[in-house]
Design a protein around this ligand. Structure first.
Ligand code: ATP
Ligand code: FE
Length: 335
């Protein structure tokens, strides 16, 4: 079975071709335009998708070395995401399915981040059910209990900012360019994580809150730079290490709690923030400390990409779970 996957929920235009559960191509066009604004501008995102979608799909089909008549079904992101961005992918997917006369499959972006673990990769173990999935990205922070491919329950999520936002906003306070997450990670590797301490938010259950941390960091920096205008410059590595250490502790604490409450020791992560070296190290040490088995996918499957949309397409194809031309983009949908 050949599945074409199309992703356009935020600021990456992506298309992928899967042969069963194996990737033949995964093309991602990231939009650079947003950097100068320090965040994604929705109107500019949808315009860029409009420009990118034809060449990106074309390239994905070419790289897969198939012709478009071999495609058995088209999977697209229905939501959640930015409406204008979703509309581009949704409309294109519908038109192409009509033109090629193949079934259309709608995909929930948040389910796709989790099911990305089922893409076949040399040397990568696919998680057994049930497992706990933590999706950490620029727009989302969720802990999900996954009982089977399509039986998932959100057991914890952020009540305000996403973890990627916490990284990016902290970086902004330090004067680092957007997106600052990877830069905090880079500087943190040279710093002392215990140099400064920030209070962790108290949130009940398995939910998260990151907005207070951002404010705490802002006040701390304001206070210190008043005494010493070069405070950031002199201590950048220690500040980054301390911020990262605090964020990782928040995430790991909730994972520990989730694992304890559910009795599940298989932990899978996804989303762009799972690239963070500190989180990867903390998860690995959880294997020794708590007897976890952890699953960290290839980087290209953790950020927004169409391969994860295509794998959901394949899994739905096996169940003949198709949608029709009445399918519409939805900015908000639950898992
Ligand atoms: P969503 O997937 O929720 O729609 P998004 O497209 O913004 O949102 P991703 O592309 O998955 O999310 O991830 C981007 C986020 O990950 C940014 O906030 C970025 O700063 C953060 N990030 C990427 N690499 C790292 C890293 N090494 N350490 C910390 N944060 C990182
Ligand atoms: Fe995403």
């Amino acid at each position: 079975i050949y599945i074409l996957g199309i992703e356009s929920s935020c600021d990456d235009t992506s298309a992928a071709v899967l042969h069963n559960d194996e990737i033949l191509s995964n093309v991602v066009a990231s939009q650079k335009i947003h950097e100068q604004y320090g965040g994604v501008v929705p109107e500019l995102a949808s315009r860029a998708h409009q420009q990118n979608i034809v060449p990106v799909i074309d390239q994905a089909i070419k790289q897969a070395n198939i012709n478009k008549e071999q495609i058995d079904a088209i999977a697209f992101t229905r939501g959640p995401g930015l409406m204008g961005s979703l509309l581009v992918g949704t409309s294109f997917a519908k038109s192409l399915a009509l033109a090629l006369d193949v079934p259309l499959i709608d995909v929930n972006h948040m389910q796709a981040h989790i099911l990305a673990h089922f893409i076949k990769e040399e040397g990568y173990d696919i998680p057994e059910f049930p497992f706990i999935a933590m999706t950490i990205s620029g727009g989302h922070t969720q802990i999900v209990q996954v009982n089977s491919h399509f039986d998932m329950e959100v057991i914890g999520e952020t009540i305000d900012d996403a973890v990627g936002e916490a990284f990016d906003k902290s970086a902004k306070i330090l004067g680092l360019p957007y997106p600052g997450g990877p830069l905090i990670d880079k500087h943190a590797q040279q710093g002392n994580p215990k140099a400064f301490s920030f209070t962790k938010p108290r949130v009940d259950g398995l939910n998260f809150s990151f907005s207070g941390l951002k404010t705490a960091i802002l006040y701390f920096i304001q206070k210190e730079t008043k005494n010493d205008p070069d405070f950031i410059e002199k201590n950048l590595e220690d500040i980054c290490a301390s911020i990262q250490y605090t964020i990782i502790n928040i995430l790991i604490d909730k994972l520990k709690k989730a694992s304890k409450e559910t009795g599940i020791k298989r932990i899978a992560i996804g989303g762009g923030v799972s690239a963070n070296s500190g989180i990867r190290a903390a998860l690995k040490s959880g294997e020794h400390k708590f007897g976890w088995k952890t699953y960290i996918p290839k980087f290209e499957y953790t950020t927004d990409n169409a391969a994860m949309i295509a794998i959901v397409g394949y899994l739905k194809y096996l169940k003949k779970d198709f949608t029709d031309m009445s399918a519409i983009a939805q900015a908000r949908i639950k898992i």
